[in-house]
Write a protein that binds this ligand. Structure first.
Ligand code: FAD
Length: 392
């Protein structure tokens, strides 16, 4: 088995797959390793993405699109509904994916671009020489071995260890994380064209509850609550109550538990010989918890910076810091904005949420994303606008 590559990517999620694909297309000798035996399974995601951003990375394919949405609705605690339809959206609408197939399609792309893929292969540590990362220790079918590379990309998700092994602080406090539980519920009456979001402290303290359609009579129904606000009740208590009240006859056929980092950018995402992308770099959106697109964007930037570093023969932070600059000035800006909004949002009472929802009757929406809707909520409220004046 080959023991030396230009680049090793740890993790076959969207961030790792896009990094490996772009690096292979740029002519690098790439290895992607994934600890699971099947790419994308088990899924830990509500599977919602924006259409426009997605098509920058992969051609849409009906095999992994479960729902092609025409709008979304937000319900405040008193039931006030804000609807954003396709006409108001300026074209930016979303898909609900089938991630098991989607993640595999991404890795298929990267294999076809020339990257080697090894599944059921877990990174167990980093090879470090004089503080520089120059490969990994990997475990496959009980056997541990070394694989060397000029650069390693850590795309190992929420529970990332790669960053920590290199001395990068990726730790999360309970207030930095949404705890999520989701069911795939079938045999229910839903609108297959709309995503629904429910807000309120009785429904999802400092978070939200979602119903994302997956076809005619099936939906991902989940809840995310801020770790520090959970109190006596767990995320599962909130979702069970909602299902009992709203879809008492629904049948649960899958269940997902997971955490989403909502802490905003960490201090550093590179070290000598190493780049972190996606959830491993805590690049998910602090308001929505969405991280698929950001992971893909970061993966592409990481591949370009890696190719450049290899061309120059310099794998130190001197060159890799370009990655920091590029992602922080693009997706990082959005993450920073969202963090400020999120920090205000988590302090809202149900009364505030109702008031804000009612104040939106005359607002013109330009996008269907939850984030843009929340921005609109803030803009419609003078005091909030003042609190958040730096953002607009
Ligand atoms: P992952 O997709 O987590 O991929 C990391 C990969 O690394 C995994 O395949 C893992 O097996 C592998 N790995 C880990 N350790 C090792 C190791 N040591 N060696 C080898 N391989 C390893 N985002 C959205 O955009 N939209 C949503 O609707 C949405 N809903 C969500 C709902 C829930 C309940 C949760 C928990 C998350 C949700 N997210 C959503 C977030 C989204 O799933 C992540 O942001 C996204 O998957 C991040 O991609 P990634 O490539 O960084 O990491």
């Amino acid at each position: 088995m080959k023991e030396m590559y230009d680049l090793i990517v740890v993790g076959g999620g969207p961030g790792g797959a896009i990094a490996a694909k772009n690096a292979a297309e740029l002519g690098l000798d790439v290895l992607l390793i994934e600890k699971r035996q099947e790419i994308g399974d088990p899924v830990r995601c509500a599977e919602g993405v924006s259409k426009i951003s997605l098509s920058d990375h992969i051609e849409p394919d009906p095999r992994w699109i479960c729902a092609d949405l025409t709008g979304s609705r937000i319900y405040s605690p008193d039931g006030t509904m804000i609807e954003m339809s396709e006409e108001m959206s300026g074209g930016e609408v979303g898909y609900v994916l089938e991630r098991k197939i989607f993640d595999r399609a991404l890795v298929d792309q990267c294999a076809k671009a020339g990257a080697e893929v090894r599944v059921k292969t877990r990174a167990t540590g980093l090879i470090m020489e004089k503080g520089v990362v120059c490969g990994i220790y990997a475990m496959h079918l009980g056997e541990e071995y070394k694989i060397r590379s000029k650069i390693v990309i850590g795309a190992d998700g929420m529970e990332s260890k790669v960053g920590r092994w290199a001395g990068i602080d990726t730790s999360l406090k309970p207030s930095d994380m949404e705890t999520c539980v989701q069911y795939l519920v079938t045999d229910i009456d839903i609108d297959p064209n709309f995503c629904d979001f429910y807000l309120g402290n009785e429904i999802a303290p400092a978070g939200y509850l979602w119903v994302f359609p997956k076809g005619e009579n099936m939906a991902n129904i989940g809840v995310g609550i801020l770790g520090s606000k959970s109190g006596d009740k767990r995320a599962i208590d909130y979702i069970n109550k909602f299902i009992e009240d709203v879809y008492p006859d629904g049948r649960i056929i899958e269940m997902v538990y997971g955490g989403v980092p909502v802490r905003g950018p960490i201090e550093k995402t590179v070290s000598d010989g190493l780049i972190l992308v996606g959830d491993a770099a805590r690049q998910s959106d602090p308001i929505t918890g969405g991280g698929i697109i950001n992971a893909m964007e970061a993966g592409k930037i990481a591949a370009e910076v890696t190719a450049d570093a290899i061309k120059r023969g310099d794998y130190t932070t001197n060159t890799l810091n370009e990655y920091e600059t590029l992602w922080r000035s693009t997706i990082g800006k959005e993450i920073e904005y969202s963090l400020v909004v999120k920090e205000t949002f988590v302090k809202f009472t149900d009364k505030d949420l109702n008031h804000l929802a009612q104040s939106l009757s005359n607002v013109n929406f330009y996008s269907l994303s939850l984030k843009d809707l929340l921005y609109a909520l803030f803009k419609a409220n003078k005091k909030l606008l003042w609190d958040l004046r730096g953002l607009f």
